[in-house]
Design a protein around this ligand. Sequence first.
Ligand code: FO1
Length: 337
Amino acid sequence: MPSDQNSPNKKPTDSICLALSGGVGGAKLALGLNHLLAEQLHVMANTSDDFTHLGLNICPDLDTVMYTLATINNKELGWGLANESWQFMDALEQLNQPHWFRLGDRDLATHVTRTELLRQGNTLSQVTQQLSQALGIKSTLFPMTEQSVATFVRLENGSPLAFQEYFVKQQCEPKISGYYFQGIDAAGPSQGFLDSIQDSRLCSIILCPSNPFVSIEPILSVPGITAALTNHPAPVIAVSPIIAGQAVKGPTAKMMQELNMPLSALGVAEYYQKQHSGLLDGFIIDHKDHALKPQIEALGMSVLTANTMMNTLQDRVTLAEQCLSLAANLTHEHGLL
Ligand code: FO1
């Protein structure tokens, strides 16, 4: 902890917020936070969905957050760029090359640039910073690690399946019995994380409503990250990605069923508490899940109900305000900072 953590001169206007995010759900809240905080927002994205495809380094969650913060994201698809064309994919198909993972013509520029900058010896943090700046993003976006980590799901027969093969090629259809992050033990926190956690202005840490198992868990599994977040005096708040027993998008609900977890916001809170005891100070659930509040509070977290659906930009900004205000209240109540 930096020595000036308890400085009485620290003004709330100086505060920075660190958000942990996967793809689309996390990016929506990151956009709301970005509206309120701009330069004072740091976003750390999951990189265990990353893979090399057609010789290119693809970082789906970093790109989803980056395009969303730059407001050039494809809202219909939930990934990639708006106003996209697909001539590259058409040409690839004609050459009988794999075309199950769709790279748009404009999106391709990001992957080619990233691949070349990495080849030149830049770290993924440096490349991400360069791309974000070029797109005019004021917040600081960085990966969870500079090292290569890859999510695999385990099928019912125990065999592993690479994440994008599961998610995109097989449309999350196979039943899973588990998941793991290849390379995680050898990974370390990214420079961006180390800078954020050591910044005396860090006042709130938010686990965005992304998939707890394959988006947030890989970030928390990077050796050193969970301990640093738990030991930091800033309150840690998670937003449930499950609303009334359903996921807004993606396979979270299906995974919870297959992993025999209660399919509810309570199930998510219990998961975080079991895996990372003492990490969460606050938990935000949807108004529809109000009845679960006492049970989640019994796990030792403060619970706030809100509209977590985030259909509109205003919804995202309002939820971001509620996250920051819960963090401020917890800081005040518990004298955390
Ligand atoms: N998701 C799909 O469902 N189909 C695709 O063809 C696809 C291509 C793609 C290309 C670039 C990129 O950055 C993301 C892409 N995604 C695609 C999304 C991505 O694979 C997943 O949403 C994330 O990995 C889960 O967070």
